[in-house]
Design a protein around this ligand. Structure first.
Ligand code: SF4
Length: 183
């Protein structure tokens, strides 16, 4: 087991956060947990991974984030103390479970934050038809890069005439570990 316990666990209300009703939490950990980061990035679809500085960011639903450092787990956007404890237990479990399976996992060093909007855009139908509820394909591409929507939210992409674009788009997104939230 890589991480058998969290050391200090501090839950607090940030002074300078515009979302005043949300909590932040920071756990410090004894062992260096960074060896599991490329495997967690592969398994959980990290938002951003900086292998050089050993920082992995996970974007969760409802404005929640977890940022992992070698000896620290920071969480933000938590709705209450119970959620802070639940999320800490969840990420500790993921760290241990993924570390145990690491030899069967292909590590991933790229992450969603490296996706380029223009590379997404060129594989969209480019008709600005608004069927996705965005005013332009560019606005849709930005939202897709942020992980806020799915390729399924562009109905024309499902049409046969755009099959090649759809395949290229999915290959590009998946090469960076992209996945829609909650999928
Ligand atoms: S539905 Fe697709 S083609 Fe239409 S505007 Fe949105 S992204 Fe562009």
């Amino acid at each position: 087991m890589l991480l058998d316990q969290l050391d200090a666990f501090d839950i607090f209300r940030p002074k300078m956060d515009f979302i005043k009703d949300r909590l932040h939490a920071i756990a410090t950990v004894g062992p260096d947990i960074s060896p599991v980061f490329p495997y967690l990035n592969a398994e959980l679809g990290g938002w951003d991974y900086d292998p050089g500085n050993h920082v992995l960011m996970l974007k969760l639903t409802d404005g929640k984030w977890i940022t992992l450092h070698p000896h620290e787990i920071a969480m933000r956007g938590l709705k209450d103390i119970a959620e802070a404890h639940a999320l800490a237990a969840w990420i500790q479990g993921q760290i241990n479970e993924v570390y145990e399976r690491r030899e069967s996992i292909t590590p991933r060093y790229l992450s969603q934050a490296r996706l380029k909007v223009m590379a997404i855009l060129k594989n969209l139908p480019l008709t600005n038809c608004r069927a996705c509820s965005y005013a332009t394909c560019m606005a849709y591409a930005v939202a897709l890069r942020e992980g806020e929507i799915s390729p399924r939210d562009c109905p024309p992409l499902g049409e046969e005439k755009f099959a090649e674009k759809r395949q290229k788009l999915m290959a590009y997104l998946e090469s960076y570990g992209w996945r829609a939230l909650d999928e």
